[in-house]
Structures are given as structure tokens and as C-alpha cells.
Design a protein around this ligand. Structure first.
Ligand code: SAM
Ligand code: DTB
Ligand code: SF4
Length: 345
């Protein structure tokens, strides 16, 4: 349970709109303790001005609110995935027209890394449509990680489930982050995916942590879940000990042919609230406004930035669906007055 009661949204506290910064902001230690789903749900239900104020207060304590991290995503092995994730265009279980490809070569990946670096990205993330890599796949990925590190960018990848040994090998190759999302609340997981379970996800996150790789883990909003469902996801992430260094909040991209293609639209403010609560409950994390930016439009994106999102995927494509183009993002960041995180080298 959280002991810092300044976080609990009692009626009395929601009236403290002008509470002094220190009093309103919880300590980092308080956030290392468990969050109940009810506490997270109460945050999600705060009046939006109060929620935004709290999120911005926490954000400023740990980050430069004018800084944005740019991470470029590349699908190094697309489609043909045996898993049945209901949202995903790359599953063999759904007819989406996505063709399965072979894994990209180191030369092709280097070209993409150079392009991302020239465009100003500081992190490069490689995605593969696997349930889990086999050892030969992994050897090739190790080589690709070295390509990214050679060019001085942070390296991240998302390859499905890992064993402890595989995580160690990726660490040895220089991998900085591993992305593996919890995606939704535990009680909703079986409605979306049947080919693996929540514990499989948690086990992989444990192997990643154990190898000393930074954890990138988040989820998808807009899959028909209730506010309690969103609270369940955020509570799970925030209760990981320690919570992830990077938290992607994806808005469902509805792809024709997937079981979730006709999901009703979510109120954009519910998405913004989820970002704000991720920021409050995981103060030091990079909160990444991930999939769905193109569909949500600029105003919602900017509200998410103001709610504490400080990382975006940058480049015209996500894995198989579209993302705002680089010029549009540069223009948006300039108009908002934000600068980008510099690459190490
Ligand atoms: N196969 C690996 C796995 O599932 O861990 C890595 C790639 S998978 C495409 C990475 C993440 O992309 C998923 O966990 C999910 O959060 C996100 N994703 C996939 N399809 C999406 C969609 N249509 N809308 C939003 N996010 C999506
Ligand atoms: C994450 O959380 N979002 C990214 C990344 N991790 C790998 C993937 C988004 C995929 C969106 C749909 C697509 O293009 O396949
Ligand atoms: Fe496969 Fe990942 Fe898509 Fe699930 S989300 S179908 S594991 S590529």
C-alpha cells in the first residue's frame, strides 16, 4: 500500500489545486511501494485539471519537461507469428495481408540505423514477429545489436519470450533495453491472447532484469477495457520491483482482419488520463507515447506530452502500420517548444 497519502484522491485532496510543489509531489521511495488497483483507478478518475497538475508536478521533479526522446523502430522480421494476439496484424491467425519476411541483414539494418541517427533519433528498437527467438535467431540479433552500438545509439529489441541465457547473451552484445509488454490487466489477458499467459510475460521480464538489461514494458489502451482494466495494467507495471525504466503506452491501432478491428473508439481523454497516471506512478520512467499517434491527431498528442509522455517512436513506420512522418513530428515538437534527447555519440 502507498503510505504517501498526498496521492490518494480523497475529496479533500482534490480541492488542493494549489498545493505547494513539495507537498503535492510524492517521494520516489513512496512510489517504490505497491499500488493497489483501487488507488490507480482513483487517480484515473480525478478531475482532469487536478490529474494533469499532479502528473506535471511529478514529471518536473524527475525530467526536463521540454525534452523528448526519439526512438526509431524497425521490423527486422515481419509477419508469420504463431501467437494469436488479438490486436496484432502480424499473427498467422488473422488475415491482414501482412506478408512474412526473412530476417533483415546487418547491412540493411546498418543503413536504417544511419538514417535514424541522421534524423536525430537517440534510441533504435528492433522488433521481430516471434513467439520466442531460437538460438540461431539470437546469434543474428546479437550481431544487429552490435551494429546499433557501433553507431552510438541506444539499442533496444523486442523479440518475444527470452530465457535467462538468451537475455545474458543480448546483454553481452551490448543491448540497453528489452521491450516486452504486459499489454493489459491480468484478468483481461486471456480475452486477448490464448497462446501464452501473463506469467510467461513476467518470467521474461525477470530474465531481462536478471541480465542487467533495462526493462521497457507497457501496454495497449483502447481494446475495450474499462477504466478498472486500465488501472489493472498500470498497477501491474508500477508494482514491478523496480518499475520499468521505459513504459510504452500504445493506443490500439485497429487493423482490418484482426479480431479487434471494429473495437469502438476510446474517448481520447481516457488515453491522456492513462498517460498521466503512468507518469505519476512511475515517476522516473520514460513514458513513451507509442502506437496510435497518427490516428489520435496533434491535440491529443500534445495533451499526452503535457501529461508526462517524454518519448515517442520516430519514423514513418511503426512495425507494419504508419506513424506520423519525421517532418510532421519535427514541426510539432518545434511548435510545442520541445527539444530532443541527444544520442551518446
Ligand atoms: N513479438 C514480440 C512480442 O509480442 O513481444 C515483439 C513484437 S510485438 C508487435 C510488440 C508489441 O506491439 C506488442 O506487445 C503490443 O503491445 C504492440 N502492438 C502490436 N500490435 C499493435 C496494435 N495493433 N496496436 C497497438 N499496439 C500494438
Ligand atoms: C511497443 O510498445 N509498441 C511498438 C514496440 N513496442 C515494438 C509496436 C507498435 C506496433 C503497432 C502496430 C504495428 O505497426 O505492427
Ligand atoms: Fe506475435 Fe508479438 Fe504480434 Fe503477438 S504481438 S502476434 S507475439 S508479433
Amino acid at each position: 500500500m502507498t503510505t504517501d497519502t498526498t496521492l490518494l484522491p480523497s475529496t479533500e485532496q482534490t480541492l488542493h489545486f494549489h498545493a505547494p510543489r513539495k507537498a503535492a509531489a510524492p517521494s520516489v521511495e513512496a512510489h517504490q511501494q505497491a499500488w493497489s488497483v483501487a488507488e490507480v483507478q482513483a487517480l484515473l478518475g480525478l478531475p482532469l485539471p487536478e490529474l494533469m497538475h499532479r502528473a506535471q508536478t511529478v514529471h518536473r521533479e524527475h525530467h526536463d519537461p521540454t525534452e523528448m526522446e526519439l526512438a526509431t523502430l524497425l521490423s527486422i522480421k515481419t509477419g508469420g507469428c504463431p501467437e494469436d494476439c488479438g490486436y496484432c496484424p502480424q499473427s498467422v491467425h488473422h488475415e491482414t495481408g501482412v506478408e512474412a519476411t526473412k530476417m533483415m541483414t546487418p547491412e540493411a539494418v546498418r543503413e536504417a540505423v544511419l538514417g535514424a541517427k541522421a534524423a536525430g533519433a537517440s534510441r533504435f528498437c528492433m522488433g521481430a514477429a516471434w513467439r520466442a527467438p531460437n538460438d540461431r535467431d539470437l546469434e543474428k540479433v546479437e550481431e544487429l545489436v552490435r551494429v546499433i552500438k557501433d553507431e552510438g545509439l541506444e539499442a533496444c529489441c523486442t523479440l518475444g519470450m527470452l530465457t535467462g541465457d538468451q537475455a545474458q547473451r543480448l546483454k553481452g552484445a551490448g543491448l540497453d533495453y528489452y521491450n516486452h509488454n504486459l499489454d493489459t490487466a491480468p484478468e483481461l489477458y486471456g480475452d486477448i491472447i490464448t497462446t501464452r499467459d501473463y506469467q510467461d510475460r513476467l518470467d521474461t521480464l525477470g530474465h531481462v532484469r536478471g541480465a542487467g538489461i533495462h526493462v521497457c514494458s507497457g501496454g495497449i489502451v483502447g481494446m475495450g477495457e474499462s477504466r478498472t482494466g486500465r488501472a489493472g495494467l498500470i498497477a501491474q507495471l508500477a508494482n514491478l520491483a523496480p518499475y520499468p525504466e521505459s513504459v510504452p503506452i500504445n493506443h490500439l491501432v485497429k487493423v482490418p482482419g484482426t479480431p479487434l478491428a471494429d473495437e469502438p473508439d476510446l474517448d481520447p481523454l481516457e488515453f491522456v488520463r492513462t498517460v498521466a497516471v503512468a507518469r505519476i506512478t512511475m515517476p522516473k520512467a520514460k513514458v513513451r507515447l507509442s502506437a496510435g499517434r497518427r490516428q489520435m491527431g496533434e491535440s491529443t498528442q500534445v495533451l499526452c506530452f503535457l501529461a508526462g509522455a517524454n518519448s515517442i517512436f520516430y519514423g514513418d513506420k511503426l512495425l507494419v502500420t504508419g506513424n506520423p512522418d519525421v517532418e510532421a513530428d519535427q514541426d510539432l515538437l518545434t511548435r510545442v517548444g520541445m527539444h530532443t534527447t541527444r544520442a551518446h555519440a
